[in-house]
Design a protein around this ligand. Structure first.
Ligand SMILES: C[S@@+](CC[C@H](N)C(=O)[O-])C[C@H]1O[C@@H](n2cnc3c(N)ncnc32)[C@H](O)[C@@H]1O
Length: 248
């Protein structure tokens, strides 16, 4: 499949999909969206740097601060479309082998939507992460490798009912944690998007059974008026150690 990266980038730079809304509301929300796009420095920067999406800067900042991506690592990117996080994961882990002297990484990106090809990445389009068939396909691709970093920028389609939407994102995050615990190498990290709400504390407590530390991060590129936050869990304790301590 021939893919023009500039075309993909121009389609996706915002990562925002306009939803079907009544005409009056649509013109108001479209206007708001357009004016936000035009004044958002990260939208422009994404175009300049040729990233598919402004979300790229969230992962870049988090990685600069926490150094979660290294050459040679195996990374899973859940909710990867249009693909800017996967692009960053590929270059940081050297999954495309462009840094000849460094170890080559392995990156899988998956999404409900189509993800256009990314050199060096294994992509699963039209794949629901919560579906066991998708998780089986990831296991097959991993072919015995353990994961060093699980990324999830997944967000469910918002219903507009706040508590319902918050429950939906927490369900996603719990399924990512469960998969990460079963598939990660010792000392691996986990980065998940959440919407700040009352259930986050409970999730942090659960995650701390498996990881030595957890912290909330609000990167610069994450819009100030959004409830979006990222939870970064580091130093996975290792499945063997966890099962050993469970049985004593
Ligand atoms: C904010 S976008 C991700 C942007 C991406 N990190 C990037 O930088 O290009 C969130 C994505 O999560 C995906 N998503 C939501 N629920 C999902 C699920 N259950 N399985 C897989 N992907 C899902 C959506 O389709 C959407 O493309």
């Amino acid at each position: 499949m021939i893919c023009n990266p500039r075309l993909i980038r121009s389609i996706h730079t915002s990562c925002v999909q306009l939803k079907k809304v009544p005409n009056k509301a649509k013109s108001h929300s479209s206007h708001q969206w357009l004016s936000r796009q035009m004044t958002d420095p990260f939208v422009e920067l994404a175009k300049t740097k040729n990233y598919r999406c402004r979300s790229a800067f969230k992962l870049i900042e988090i990685n600069e601060r926490a150094k979660i991506l290294q050459p040679g690592q195996t990374v899973i990117d859940c909710g990867a479309a249009p693909g800017s996080w996967t692009e960053i994961a590929v270059s940081e882990t050297n999954a495309d082998g462009k840094q000849k002297k460094k170890p080559k990484g392995f990156v899988i990106g998956l999404d409900l939507l189509t993800i256009h090809p990314i050199e060096g990445a294994h992509l699963l389009s039209h794949a629901d992460f919560t579906d066991t068939k998708t998780q089986d396909r990831i296991r097959e691709l991993l072919n015995g490798r353990k994961i060093d970093c699980v990324l999830s920028d997944m967000a469910p389609n918002a219903t507009g009912v706040r508590t319902l939407d918050q429950d939906k994102i927490m369900d996603l995050v719990h399924s990512v944690l469960q998969f990460a615990v079963l598939m990660s190498s010792e000392n691996a990290s986990l980065l998940v998007k959440i919407w700040d709400n009352g259930n986050v504390k409970k999730f942090e407590e659960v995650a701390l059974r498996y990881y030595k530390s957890i912290k909330q991060i609000k990167p610069e590129a994450s819009r100030g008026d959004s409830a979006e936050r990222f939870l970064l869990a580091k130093e996975f304790r290792g499945l063997e150690n966890i099962t050993k301590s469970d049985s004593t």
